[in-house]
Design a protein around this ligand. Structure first.
Ligand SMILES: Nc1ncnc2c1ncn2[C@@H]1O[C@H](COP(=O)(O)OP(=O)(O)OP(=O)(O)O)[C@@H](O)[C@H]1O
Ligand SMILES: [Mg+2]
Length: 301
């Protein structure tokens, strides 16, 4: 872990093909708010959009990272954003959630990181109009070994996404429950870190270690990276313990804890089995409603 972070720091000196964060310009296709004479100007009206890249990480397993990426992505897309969700976990849970097979799917994020020659768009699967998935293949598990001698190995994702990010409003990255090469690639590529924290036993264990890695990466490699917030997950309103954990989170991390909590409900685990987001599986369910609220909250930050 330490040597990986060191190599991320050293690699900063390398010339990187990633363009600096820019303001992108996209044509408004349906400016419904405009009256008829303005409609005729369709195609000439431009809006200024800043692409946001969010990494969802917590090295503790089973805290709701994948569920958050799937449903926050779906909710942001429902709000009209162009969204790409990226599976960087060799387990491929996000990929399975949307009906693709991580043993079969090619090309995938593995190709993106292995060669840096394939464009990001080429690995995307359209899930809905403005909602895309970059799937993971189980081959990702060997990537760390395959890239061991590559000096830019912590920059692979940043370089790949950097060339395409003006095409999206949000790129949201799912990471494995570890602080290895894949998570570091995501932290180097992203501008914002969202940490799901399960409101259960030992909830905050590991958050401090994650934040230490984040500060290291921010100081040496990626000064754009900032903490978007901690989102309490698997929350049970009637549980004294759940509420005690939230109170403790607020005490330690104060306003870094987002206003939206993701409640625990069977729909969250049933939806992936139906190969859907919770929003499509059961739009009125409290988990779906919470993810819409989280999307609104994040959209307004
Ligand atoms: N709000 C929820 N209510 C009920 N079950 C949930 C909820 N969120 C997630 N789950 C379930 O909890 C389990 C872990 O969730 P998830 O896979 O999103 O966590 P993760 O942090 O991505 O796990 P890993 O670290 O293994 O990648 C899954 O079975 C998921 O369906
Ligand atoms: Mg996961």
């Amino acid at each position: 872990m330490h040597s990986l972070l060191e190599s991320a720091g050293q690699a900063r000196a390398l010339p990187s093909p990633t363009p600096p964060l820019t303001v992108s310009v996209r044509t408004l296709k349906s400016p419904r708010a405009f009256s008829k004479p303005f409609d005729e100007l369709r195609g000439f009206i431009y809006t200024v959009i800043m692409a946001r890249i969010i990494v969802v990480a917590n090295q503790k397993g089973g805290v709701g990272k994948t569920t958050t990426v799937a449903n926050l992505g779906a909710a942001l897309a429902k709000l009209g954003n162009h969204v790409a969700i990226v599976d960087l976990d060799p387990q491929g849970a996000l990929t399975v959630t949307f009906g693709l097979d991580p043993y079969e799917v090619r090309p995938s994020t593995h190709n993106l990181l292995l060669t840096n020659e394939i464009p990001f768009e080429k690995i995307l699967h359209q899930l809905k109009g403005n909602f895309y998935l970059a799937p993971a293949n189980t081959e990702l598990i060997a990537l760390e070994y395959r890239l061991i001698k590559e000096p830019d190995r912590t920059f692979r994702l940043r370089n790949a996404i950097g060339r395409s990010r003006q095409a999206f409003d949000y790129i949201i990255i799912d990471t494995p429950p570890s602080l290895g090469l894949l998570t570091i690639n995501a932290l180097v590529a992203a501008q914002e870190l969202l940490i799901p924290v399960a409101t259960d036993y030992l909830a905050m264990r590991g958050v401090r270690a994650l934040l230490e890695s984040v500060w290291f990466i921010r100081e040496r490699v990626n000064p754009e990276l900032r903490l978007l917030g901690l989102v309490p997950t698997l929350y049970r309103k009637d549980s004294l313990h759940s509420n005690a954990v939230v109170a403790e989170m607020r005490k330690v991390f104060r306003q870094r804890v987002l206003d939206t909590f993701i409640p625990m409900d069977d729909a969250a685990s049933a939806a992936p089995a139906a190969r859907k987001s919770v929003l499509d599986y059961h739009p009125n369910n409290k988990v779906a409603v919470a993810f819409m609220a989280l999307a609104e909250e994040i959209n307004h930050v």
